[in-house]
Design a protein around this ligand. Structure first.
Ligand SMILES: [Zn+2]
Length: 448
C-alpha cells in the first residue's frame, strides 16, 4: 500500500502527461504469449498487457495495442498469461502437518512469527494472489489480514471468516487459541454474525452439522442483510438439505460438497442447489492429497515444501508422514471409500448446471499451500468433466464473484488490479502446467 501511495503521489505531484518518460517509468508491459483473460472466451494469441502502478490499463493483441514510450517490457513469448488465481478456502494457521493436536500444542506461539508468513509466501509463489481464510484464531487472523493487506507482509489479498460458528468447540485447540464461537440459539447466532461483521470479517463460516435449521436460517439471513456471504462446511445429504431449506444461496458456498459414500443426491437437493445459486466448493485435494502422500511419502521431499517452511517445522511435518502408519488414519479410509461417490455426485451437480468454484482447504493434512491450487484444478477437471477453460474461469472470475471482488480482480481487464501470473506452459492443453507458475504479479508488483 505504501508503494502504491508513493506511486500515486509521484503521479499527482508531477501531474505528468500520459506516456511521458516520467510516467512511463511506472508502466510495465508483458509482451508476447497467450492471454487467458478469465472470462472464458478464446485466448488472445500473441498478446500484450499494459500496467500502470497497480492497475491494468490495456489488454489485447500486439497488433492493436499501443506500447507507451519508455515502458519497461517483460518478454512473455511462449508463455501463458492469466489472472492471479483465487482460492476461496485456505487456512493460514496450518501447514499440512498430519496431527492437529500436536500442531496446535506445539506451534501456537509461532503463528505470527513463522507459520502464517510461511503460508502466505507459499500461496503467493503458487500464483494465488487472493484468498479467503475459512476459520482461524480470532486475534491472529485479523492481525494477519491487516499485515498482508497493508503491504507489511508479502502474501495474497486476504479475506477472512475469523472463527468457525459451531454447535460445539473444536477439540484440538487450546483455551488460548480461539478458532470457534459456539452458537447457543438463533438470537445468539445473529448476535455473533453481527459481532464478526463489526470486527471486519469478510465471510461467515459454519462448520458442523449440528446447527439447527433455525440457527442456520438466522446465520444466513443476518449475514445476507449485512452483505456477507456464508461458507458452510457440511457433508451429509440431510445437512445439505437443511442448509438449503434454511436459505443458503446466491454464491454462498457448500464446502466439501460431494463427500460421503452415496452415489447421488436426491433430486430435490440438486434442484435447490441450482435454483438458489449455491456455489460448489469440492476441496478434493484435501482428501486426495492425503492418499497421495500416504501412498508416496517421497512427495514430502518436494523442494518447494523445503523452500517455503522454517527448517525445523518442515522436518516436523515430514516426520508426521514418515514415522507414522497413516494407512490406519480414518481420513485415509474415508478418502478411499468416498472417492467413487464423490466423483459421481460432482458430475451429477455439474450436469445439472450447478456453479463450481475452486476451493482447496489448503494447509490441512497433506495439503500444503504450494501444491493445493494446481492439484485441485486438475482433480476438479478429472472428477467433474469440466473443460480446462471452465476450471480456469472457476479459479479466477467465479471465485472473484464468490468473494464479491469481481469489480477489482478475477479477470484481465482495463481498470482491474494488475494481479497476473505467467505460466510456463499451456494449461488449456495440459491443466497440470498450472504447477509451473513462473512469475507472480500482485497489484503491479513482481513477486517472483
Ligand atoms: Zn477448511
Amino acid at each position: 500500500m505504501v508503494r502504491f501511495l508513493i506511486r500515486i503521489l509521484v503521479i499527482c505531484i508531477f501531474s505528468v502527461p500520459a506516456f511521458s518518460p516520467a510516467f512511463a517509468q511506472d508502466t510495465f508491459v508483458l509482451k508476447g504469449g497467450r492471454i487467458i483473460d478469465g472470462r472464458g472466451g478464446a485466448p488472445i494469441v500473441d498478446g500484450i498487457i499494459v500496467m500502470q502502478a497497480d492497475k491494468i490499463v490495456a489488454v489485447g493483441p500486439i497488433a492493436d495495442t499501443v506500447i507507451p514510450a519508455g515502458a519497461r517490457i517483460i518478454d512473455t513469448n511462449g508463455m501463458t498469461i492469466m489472472p492471479g488465481l483465487i482460492d476461496i478456502h485456505v487456512h493460514f494457521d496450518i501447514l499440512g502437518h498430519s496431527d492437529y493436536g500436536h500442531w496446535f500444542g506445539t506451534y501456537e506461539d509461532r503463528m505470527r512469527s513463522d507459520i502464517m508468513p510461511a503460508a502466505a509466501k507459499a500461496m503467493l509463489m503458487a500464483g494465488v494472489t487472493s484468498v479467503r481464510d475459512l476459520g482461524a484464531d480470532v486475534s491472529n487472523i485479523f492481525w494477519l489480514k491487516e499485515q498482508i493487506n497493508s503491504g507489511a507482509m508479502p502474501g495474497p489479498r486476504t479475506f477472512i471468516a475469523g472463527p468457525f460458528l459451531r454447535k460445539t468447540a473444536t477439540a484440538f485447540v487450546s483455551d488460548n487459541y480461539k478458532d470457534t464461537w459456539v452458537v447457543e440459539n438463533p438470537a445468539d447466532a445473529r448476535k455473533k454474525v453481527r459481532r464478526l461483521a463489526k470486527m471486519g470479517a469478510d465471510v461467515i463460516k459454519t462448520q458442523d452439522e449440528n446447527l439447527s435449521e433455525a440457527e442456520l436460517a438466522a446465520i444466513y439471513d443476518e449475514s445476507h442483510k449485512l452483505g456477507l456471504r456464508v461458507a458452510s462446511h457440511i457433508y451429509s445429504a440431510e445437512a445439505i438439505r437443511t442448509a438449503l431449506k434454511a436459505g443458503i444461496g446466491n454464491y454462498d458456498t457448500i464446502e466439501h460438497i460431494g463427500e460421503y459414500e452415496a452415489m447421488a443426491y436426491d433430486d430435490d437437493i440438486v434442484r435447490m442447489i441450482v435454483d438458489q445459486k449455491v456455489a460448489m466448493a469440492a476441496t478434493i485435494v484435501a482428501r486426495d492429497g492425503l492418499r497421495q502422500i500416504i501412498e508416496n511419502p517421497e512427495l514430502t521431499d518436494d523442494p518447494r515444501w523445503i523452500r517455503d517452511l522454517p527448517a525445523d517445522i518442515y522436518l516436523d511435518v515430514r516426520k508426521s508422514y514418515r514415522d507414522v502408519d497413516l494407512s490406519k488414519h480414518p481420513l485415509y479410509d474415508k478418502a478411499n471409500k468416498h472417492r467413487a461417490g464423490r466423483m459421481s455426485k460432482l458430475r451429477q451437480l455439474k450436469d445439472a448446471g450447478a456453479i463450481f468454484t475452486v476451493s482447496t482447504d489448503s494447509g490441512t493434512r497433506a495439503n500444503p499451500h504450494h501444491d493445493a491450487m494446481w492439484k485441485e484444478m486438475v482433480l476438479l477437471q478429472a472428477e467433474t468433466g469440466m473443460s480446462n477453460m471452465e476450471v480456469i474461469v472457476a479459479a479466477t472470475r467465479t471465485n472473484s464473484i464468490v468473494m464479491q471482488q469481481q469489480d477489482t480482480i478475477g479477470t484481465l481487464e482495463a481498470g482491474k488490479f494488475a494481479d497476473i501470473i505467467i505460466v510456463d506452459g499451456d494449461p488449456l492443453t495440459y491443466l497440470s502446467d498450472m504447477r509451473r507458475v513462473k512469475h507472480v504479479i500482485k497489484g503491479g508488483e513482481l513477486f517472483h
